[in-house]
Design a protein. Structure first.
Lengths: 323, 521
C-alpha cells in the first residue's frame, strides 16, 4: 500500500504564507488565552490537596459539599466527577502539616455518613514543595530547549537550530493554549507531555531537515525553495505514517488509559498534530526566510573538503619524511 | 540465507530480552523483577520536613538537666536555675564552687559561657546550632528507618532528599488503618521524660496558669488518659529517653499491656539517686508531653528499669515500644508532601494502561503489515523484541515502573516504529530508482541512519533532562523512554538490517516487491 507515491514535487513553500497567517493566529490566540484565562496549575505546582473518592453508587456530590462546609479548612473545595459518576475528585487549595492527622484524614472524617466510599488517592503538596516543583519544571523545559539547540546547531547549522527552536516554541505555545482552553490541571504529567512534544516535534523537524541537508549537499539545484519543496515532498509519506502510528497509540492511551492519564494523553494528542504540521509549515519556511544560502553552503563544503585534502596531503608528506 | 553479525547480535538481544523479562512477565519466584511504582501497586509516599529549631531547644533543656544533676551530686547550691529557648542561666550561691562548676560547664561542647560575678549563663555557639540542626535531620532519618524496619513492611524507603527533607516510601500498604499506624509510628516523638511532681504546690494546679507555674520552675502537663486532669511537675526533667537502652511490651498484673523500659548505667544512677532522695514523693512518667502515670516512690529504685502503663491496645503498645527502642526524634517532623494511592486504584491503573498498551500495539502492528507487507512484519519483530528488551533492562537494574512509565512504553511503540518507517521509505525509493536489492538495502539504511540518530539523540536529550529534574513517577517516564530509544537502535536499526541481509538473495530472486515492500513492480 502507498499513500504517497513520489511523482512530482508539491509546492509546499508556496502555501507557506497561509500557514504563516494560520500559525500566527493560533499562537496569538494561545497567548491571549494564557493571559486572560490563565494556566490552571494543579496541586503539583500550586500546592494543595486532591482527594479521590469512590462510592458504591453514584457519588452524592451535593451532600458531600454540605458536609465539607463543616470545617474552615475545606473552604474553596471543588468536587468534580472523575471518569464515572461513582468517582469524584475533591480539589482544595489548603494543606496540613501534621503527619498523623492530615487533611485527607479530615476529609474522610467529614464525609462520614454520605454513603459507602473508599478513599483511593490523597495527594497533598505543601506550598514549598509546589514552588520547588514549579521552579524545577520551568528549569527542565529551558534546559531541554538549550540542549536541543546546541545539538542541532552542532549537527546542522545555526539557522537550522533557530528554525527548529521557533517551531518548538510554536508547538509548545499552542499546546499550552489548548490546555488552557479546556481548563486542564497542569501537573507534573502535563509537563512530561510537553517535554515529550519537544522531543517528538523535533523528531519530525529533523527528519525533514536531514533531507534538506542531503538535498543541499548533493543536488545541483541552488534554489533553496525548490530543495525544500522536494525534501518535504519526499519525506511526506514518512511524516504522515509516523504521525498516524503515534497518533494511534496516543489516541488509545487517551481513550482507554484511564482518567488519571487523560491530561497527559490530551497534551500529547495536541502535540502530535501540531508537531507534524509545524515541521512542514513552520520550520522549513523559516529556514528559507532566514536566507540560508545554498551557494554559500556549497562553497563552505568545498572549502572544508579542500582543507581535508590539504591536511591529508601534509600528513602524507610528513609520514613519508618530506618535511 | 546467510548469517551475518547483525542478525547474531539481534538474536542475542532477543534471548537476553526474553530471558531477563521472564521473571517479571511470569511473576516467577526467583530472578530480578521490575518493581512497580507506588502509583501502580498502591502505597504511601511522603516528603517530611524537620523542625530543626526544636532540636536546639531540647538540647538546651537536657544541658539544664545535666547541670542540675551535677550540682546535686557535688552538693553545689545553685539559685534560679532556668532555661529558655536559647539560654541556660543560674547563679552560684557559694563562690568556692566556682572552679568545679566552671570545669563542668567547659566540658559541654559548643557552648558560650558568660560569667558575671556569681551569675552564669550558657548558650550554644552558631556552629553548634547548625551542627545540632544537621544532626537532628540525620537522626530523624536514622530513627524513622529503625522504626519502619521493625514495622513489618517489605523494603521501606527512608532517604534524605535535598539538604533537609526526608523521603519516606512505603509500598504495599493495604488498608487505611495500616497507613495510619505507619504514619503514627513515623511521626511519634517518643520522648520519654521522668519528672518530679512538685508536691508543695500540686494541690493548686487547677488555679494556676502556665506562666504562674514557670515562676516556680514548674510546668503544667495534661494527663494521657483524661486531658481534664492536670499535673504540676518540675520543669527540668530528672532524665530523658536518651538514656533508654531497651523497651518492650509486657503485661501488668491486671493483664493489661504495658511498656517495660531499661535505662543505661548513667540513667540508672541518676534514677537511683533521685528515688533515694525523694521517697514518699511522686514521680511522673511523661511521654511526648503527657503524663502516663505518677506513682509514689516507696523506696530507692536501683537497676534502672521502669514501666509505662496506660490504656492502650496490644498493637499500640507494640508500636510505642518500637518507637521508644528506636529512640526519640530530636525534633518534630512535619508533612511537606504526601501521595497515597490505594491498591484498588493502582490495579485499575495497571489494567487501563495495559489495555492502552496492547490496543495501541495491535493497531500499529496491523497497520504496518497492511502498509509494508513483509517489511512491516520485519519491523513488527523488532517492535516485539524492543518491548522484551525494555522490560529486561528494567528488571535487571531493578528500575521502577510507574504509570507515566507505562505511558512511556506506549509512546516508545509509536516512536520505535518510526525508524522502520524511515528505513522502509528509503528502501522503496531506491527500489523505484531501479537499484539492486543489495544496494537498495545498504543505501537505504545508510541514508536513514543519520536522520534516525539525530532524531533519537534529541529525544534522548529531553528524556535525560526529564530524569534529572523530574520527581517520582515522572522519572519513570524518562527511564522507559530512554531505554526504549536505546533499545530501538538495536532492534529497529541493527536487528531489521540483519534480517534483510539474511534474506537479501531471496528478495532479489523473488522479484516480488509487492510481497516484500508493499509496492508495485
Amino acid at each position: 500500500m502507498e499513500f504517497f507515491k513520489y511523482t512530482r514535487t508539491f509546492n509546499f513553500m508556496g502555501k507557506s504564507k497561509f500557514a504563516l497567517v494560520f500559525s500566527i493566529f493560533l499562537v496569538l490566540s494561545s497567548y491571549v488565552l494564557l493571559a486572560t484565562k490563565g494556566l490552571n496549575y494543579g496541586v503539583d505546582f500550586a500546592g494543595g490537596t486532591i482527594v479521590q473518592v469512590k462510592y458504591d453508587t453514584a457519588a452524592p456530590i451535593d451532600a458531600m459539599r454540605e458536609k465539607l462546609k463543616s470545617n474552615e479548612i475545606f473552604a474553596n473545595a471543588s468536587i468534580t466527577e472523575f471518569g464515572s459518576p461513582d468517582e469524584v475528585v475533591i480539589r482544595m487549595k489548603t494543606t496540613t502539616g501534621n503527619v498523623t492527622v492530615d487533611i485527607g484524614d479530615m476529609t474522610r472524617e467529614a464525609l462520614k455518613s454520605t454513603g459507602n466510599y473508599e478513599i483511593r488517592r490523597v495527594d497533598i503538596v505543601g506550598p514549598t514543595v509546589g514552588a520547588e516543583l514549579k521552579e524545577k519544571g520551568i528549569m527542565s523545559l529551558v534546559l531541554a530547549v538549550i540542549g536541543i539547540l546546541i545539538y542541532v546547531a552542532f549537527r546542522f547549522e545555526w539557522r537550522f537550530a533557530v528554525a527548529s527552536i521557533i517551531a518548538l516554541v510554536h508547538d509548545v505555545s499552542i499546546a499550552l493554549g489548548a490546555i488552557t482552553l479546556v481548563g486542564l490541571d497542569v501537573n507534573l504529567d502535563v509537563l512530561a507531555a510537553l517535554l515529550t512534544i519537544l522531543g517528538y516535534s523535533l523528531n519530525d523537524t529533523i527528519i525533514v531537515f536531514d533531507r534538506i541537508r542531503e538535498g543541499v549537499t548533493n543536488s545541483k539545484k541552488v534554489d533553496l525553495t525548490d530543495i525544500v519543496n522536494e525534501s518535504v515532498t519526499r519525506t511526506l509519506a514518512r511524516t504522515t505514517l509516523t504521525s498516524l502510528t503515534t497518533f494511534f497509540v496516543v489516541f488509545t492511551l487517551f481513550m482507554f488509559g484511564g482518567e488519571i492519564i487523560h491530561p497527559f494523553a490530551f497534551t500529547l494528542l495536541v502535540g502530535v498534530v501540531i508537531g507534524t504540521y509545524s515541521s512542514v509549515f513552520v520550520a522549513s519556511p523559516i529556514l528559507i526566510w532566514f536566507g540560508f544560502d545554498v551557494k554559500n553552503y556549497h562553497v563552505k563544503l568545498a572549502n572544508k573538503a579542500k582543507r581535508e585534502v590539504e591536511k591529508q596531503r601534509m600528513r602524507d608528506q610528513y609520514e613519508s619524511g618530506v618535511m | 540465507m546467510k548469517l551475518n553479525y547483525r542478525i547474531v547480535i539481534f538474536a542475542l538481544a532477543i534471548i537476553f530480552g526474553v530471558f531477563f523479562s521472564a521473571p517479571s512477565l511470569l511473576q516467577m519466584e526467583d530472578g530480578k523483577k521490575v518493581t512497580l511504582g507506588l502509583d501502580l501497586q498502591g502505597g504511601l509516599h511522603m516528603l517530611l520536613g524537620v523542625k530543626t529549631e526544636e532540636a536546639t531547644k531540647s538540647r538546651i533543656k537536657s544541658i539544664t538537666a545535666s547541670i542540675k544533676h551535677f550540682a546535686q551530686r557535688k552538693d553545689i547550691l545553685l539559685d534560679g536555675l532556668k532555661f529558655d529557648e536559647t539560654t541556660v542561666s543560674f547563679s552560684l550561691l557559694d563562690e568556692d564552687d566556682a572552679g568545679q562548676i566552671k570545669e563542668f560547664l567547659s566540658q559541654i561542647e559548643g557552648s558560650n559561657i558568660v560569667v558575671n560575678a556569681e551569675s552564669y549563663s550558657l548558650n550554644l555557639t552558631d556552629e553548634e546550632i547548625v551542627k545540632t540542626e544537621k544532626e537532628a535531620i540525620s537522626q530523624a532519618i536514622e530513627t524513622i528507618r529503625n522504626r519502619l524496619d521493625q514495622f513489618g513492611l517489605a523494603e521501606p524507603v527512608v532517604a534524605r532528599q535535598g539538604a533537609e527533607k526526608i523521603l519516606v516510601q512505603l509500598a504495599g500498604i493495604k488498608t487505611q488503618e495500616e497507613e495510619q499506624r505507619a504514619r503514627e509510628l513515623i511521626s511519634r516523638a517518643a520522648k520519654l521524660e521522668l519528672m518530679a511532681v512538685d508536691e508543695d504546690r500540686a494541690a493548686r494546679v487547677y488555679t494556676m496558669s502556665q506562666a504562674d507555674a514557670r515562676e516556680y520552675g514548674d510546668v503544667i502537663l495534661e494527663d494521657a488518659k483524661n486531658p481534664q486532669i492536670k499535673h504540676l511537675v518540675r520543669e527540668i526533667p530528672i532524665l530523658d529517653g536518651g538514656m533508654l537502652t531497651d523497651a518492650n511490651m509486657g503485661f501488668n498484673q491486671n493483664n493489661k499491656p504495658q511498656i517495660n523500659f531499661t535505662l543505661n548505667a548513667e540513667g540508672a544512677e541518676i534514677f537511683g539517686d533521685f528515688t533515694g532522695r525523694n521517697v514518699g514523693k511522686r514521680l511522673a512518667v511523661v511521654l511526648d508531653g503527657k503524663v502516663y502515670s505518677d506513682p509514689v516512690i516507696n523506696e530507692r529504685i536501683g537497676g534502672g528499669s521502669g514501666q509505662i502503663s496506660g490504656s492502650y491496645t496490644v498493637m499500640e503498645a507494640k508500636d510505642l515500644a518500637i518507637a521508644l527502642r528506636s529512640g526519640a526524634l530530636l525534633a518534630p517532623i512535619y508533612l511537606m508532601e504526601k501521595r497515597s494511592v490505594g491498591p484498588s486504584l493502582g490495579a485499575d491503573s495497571i489494567r487501563a494502561s495495559m489495555i492502552a498498551l496492547i490496543g495501541g500495539f495491535i493497531l500499529v502492528i496491523i497497520f504496518m503489515v497492511i502498509y509494508y507487507r513483509m517489511a512491516g512484519v520485519i519491523a513488527n519483530i523488532a517492535l516485539v523484541a524492543n518491548l522484551f528488551i525494555i522490560l529486561a533492562v528494567m528488571s535487571l537494574f531493578g528500575a521502577t515502573l510507574t504509570l507515566p512509565g507505562m505511558a512511556g512504553i506506549v509512546l516508545t511503540v509509536g516512536m520505535a516504529v518510526d525508524a522502520n518507517v524511515i528505513i522502509s521509505e528509503r528502501i522503496r525509493e531506491l527500489v523505484y530508482q531501479g537499484k539492486s536489492m543489495h544496494k537498495a538495502i545498504e543505501d537505504g539504511y545508510a541514508n536513514a541512519m543519520r536522520a534516525i540518530l539525530d532524531a533519537n539523540i534529541t529525544t534522548l536529550i529531553a528524556a535525560v533532562v526529564l530524569y534529572v529534574y523530574g520527581t517520582g513517577a515522572i522519572k519513570g517516564f524518562a527511564i522507559t523512554i530512554s531505554i526504549g530509544i536505546l533499545a530501538s537502535m538495536l532492534t529497529a536499526i541493527l536487528g531489521t538490517h540483519g534480517i534483510y541481509s539474511m534474506l537479501e538473495n531471496k528478495i532479489q530472486k523473488s522479484k516480488n516487491n509487492r510481497f516484500w515492500f508493499g509496492i508495485k513492480g
